[in-house]
Ligand binder design. Structure first.
Ligand SMILES: [Zn+2]
Length: 612
């Protein structure tokens, strides 16, 4: 009895130690079997005698060759499967490159988000010429550019596939492209990804240096991993013997080459851009503000109080902003507000320009949100024509079309994105300009108008709602969603809250003030939406915004050049940032149910009907 209690902890510790020692070897085997299952499913191009279709072009990265037989086979494969883009994988690779290649061969399939590109190998790709012309893109020169281009093609409705092309000539990978390839997926986290790769190479390297006992097992499992993974798959390992004998050395050499030759993408601007941005606010950021109003724009009361103080939260341009609250009616609005030139200065580079690619990715994170919004009309009407006001790149029409396949979706926006939406076929008709200007030219022509996170951006919400009334048919519906000014998040996160989104958001309407504007313009509220409109991440984005102001992230031309101390501070801040960001993200998740209840949500919506 006594013996058992004495030896039990020792026995357990020994077992645990043995498990930990065996763990790397087990993980290599599991990893190999997983990769093998994926590789075995890859389709292989079948030889074809038919000439390649004239609508197919090939994008090829330096060092790769695509012969005529492969072109014919790829073209036939694309025609049969109805694919617009085929990512071609070689039939033979170096042992060290195999696993990475397989992890990148996951073009989108069932169950994935519609706009997700998955990862691509980007060695050689067949692409439909129609699609390239429609998207107006240039031929990408190498792998990282192909990754970027594929994201655009996906938005143009590309049907992607991946296939093994046994005849593809792929002599040696270009190390300098590996860093940039990672950067396309991991952005600022690329150095961290390199570090993780290094950490994962340490156990096999240690085992290689002193192979004895259980380390021999680690080494053996690591070295045979690529061969095990490629068994019975269409991709062969070119150098099996070398891989089995020397894989740890080959891997660390490959890693070193990639790190040493990695050149981060060139900056998007030069000194002249910096001077141009500085000249625009030579009179100080205050010159972009109108004189402060003394009265509430909704009820004309002069009982105003400063409610929120904030800075630019999206791209950190200079200037500070105040939101004031009307004590009489509860309306919250930017005061003093931006001039037209000011709006142009702050909007630029946020939705397009230098930040356009990032913002699009943000819009694409939550595909289900768009569908949910579109479904709100289901109990009420079968729209024939639907106008999405403030449509941006047309994401709502794109996803709403799934719910309403017979509806014609048009879009309106002041930005360039609306023309892109038209080229992609996401909207049938594109109107670029201001809604109140357009309204008199198209009276009574729509069954539904949607304004998703639009009204808070406008200068005169009353005019916008009036315009919606004029453009709708009698009995037509107006679907609105806006940030919720009475959410406790507004005070908890303060000026860094994305709901306030300074300096872009001008007005924050309460439920009661919506009722007032509806009564004035001839609408009645049919249904209010609260819980389902909640957007999480309020705390996490708040912390992120605070950190970005403390240590500006990207090198934007309007951020003054950093001196040595500031650059060091920036590194320290971002290295430690997970210590704040992770708890904030957890808080968002834990508090989610609380904010989804009552009228506490980050955003809310209303469906209103035009009275006859
Ligand atoms: Zn008021």
């Amino acid at each position: 009895m006594a013996k058992t209690t004495d030896s039990a902890p020792g026995g357990f510790t020994r077992l645990f130690r043995m498990f930990m020692a065996l763990l790397p070897a087990m993980l290599y085997v599991v990893g190999a079997l997983k990769a093998r299952a994926q590789a075995a499913k890859l389709p292989v191009l079948a030889p074809s005698d038919d000439e390649p279709s004239s609508n197919h072009v090939f994008w090829i990265t330096p060092g790769v060759t695509v012969d005529d037989a492969t072109r014919r086979a790829a073209s036939a494969f694309a025609r049969e499967g109805g694919f617009d883009v085929v990512d071609l994988l070689p039939g033979e690779v170096d042992g060290v490159a195999f696993l990475e290649l397989i992890s990148r061969s996951n073009a989108p399939g069932a169950g994935k988000q519609r706009l997700d590109v998955g990862q691509i190998a980007g060695l050689a790709m067949l692409v439909s010429k129609d699609l390239v012309e429609r998207s107006g893109m240039k031929t990408p020169a190498d792998t990282p550019e192909m990754v970027y281009a594929t994201k655009t093609l996906r938005r143009y409705g590309a049907n992607l596939s991946v296939a093994v092309a046994p005849g593809l000539g792929f002599a040696r990978e270009d190390s300098s492209l590996r860093g940039r390839h990672k950067q396309e997926y991991f952005s600022v986290l690329t150095p961290l990804v390199f570090l993780i790769e290094l950490a994962m190479l340490l156990p096999p390297l240690r085992a290689f240096a002193r192979p004895k006992g259980v380390r021999l097992l680690t080494l053996a499992a690591f070295n045979v991993q690529p061969l095990l993974a490629s068994q019975d798959t269409p991709i062969r390992i070119r150098d099996p013997l070398l891989t089995i004998l020397l894989r740890p050395l080959l891997e660390i050499w490959r890693w070193l080459l990639a790190v040493l030759t990695w050149k981060p993408a060139a900056p998007l601007f030069d000194q002249a851009d910096g001077d141009r941005y500085a000249a625009e606010i030579a009179g100080g950021p205050e010159s972009l503000l109108e004189p402060r109003r003394q009265t509430c724009p909704l009820c004309e009361s002069d009982a105003l109080e400063v409610y929120i103080h904030a800075y630019d939260v999206t791209v950190m341009k200079p200037g500070e902003f105040y939101l004031e609250r009307c004590r009489a009616c509860g309306h919250i609005f930017q005061n003093p507000r931006l001039t037209i030139a000011g709006l142009d200065y702050y909007y630029r580079d946020t939705y397009d320009g230098l930040n356009g690619a990032n913002i699009q990715l943000m819009f694409e994170v939550e595909e289900e949100t768009y569908r949910r919004r579109a479904r709100r009309l289901q109990p009420y009407t079968q729209p024939k024509r639907w106008l999405d006001v403030g449509t941006g790149y047309g994401h709502l029409p794109f996803f709403a079309k799934e719910i309403w396949p017979d509806t014609q979706f048009d879009g309106l926006d002041i930005g360039e994105g609306i023309n892109e939406a038209k080229r992609r076929g996401w909207v049938a008709e594109a109107h670029q300009g201001f809604f109140p200007d357009l309204a008199p030219t198209i009276p009574g022509s729509y069954d539904v108008i949607s304004m998703m996170h639009y009204l808070e951006h406008t200068r005169e919400p009353r005019e916008e709602i009036q315009a919606a009334h004029d453009v709708l048919v009698p009995g037509g519906y107006l679907l609105i969603e806006v940030p919720n000014p009475i959410s406790p998040l507004g005070k908890m996160v303060g000026g860094n809250w994305y709901g306030w989104l300074q300096p872009q958001h001008q007005h924050f309407l309460t439920e009661r003030n919506f009722e007032r504007l509806f009564a004035e313009t001839g609408f009645e509220a049919v249904q209010w939406h609260w819980g389902e409109c909640h957007m999480k991440s309020g705390f996490m984005i708040g912390v992120l915004v605070r950190l970005m102001r403390l240590a500006p992230g990207p090198e934007w031309p309007w951020i003054p050049k950093l001196n040595f101390t500031q650059r060091m501070l920036k590194r320290v801040v971002w290295s430690l940032s997970p210590l704040l960001l992770i708890p904030a993200a957890i808080l968002d998740q834990v508090m989610g149910p609380y904010f989804e209840g009552g009228h506490r949500t980050a955003a809310y919506g209303v469906l209103a009907r035009r009275k006859d």
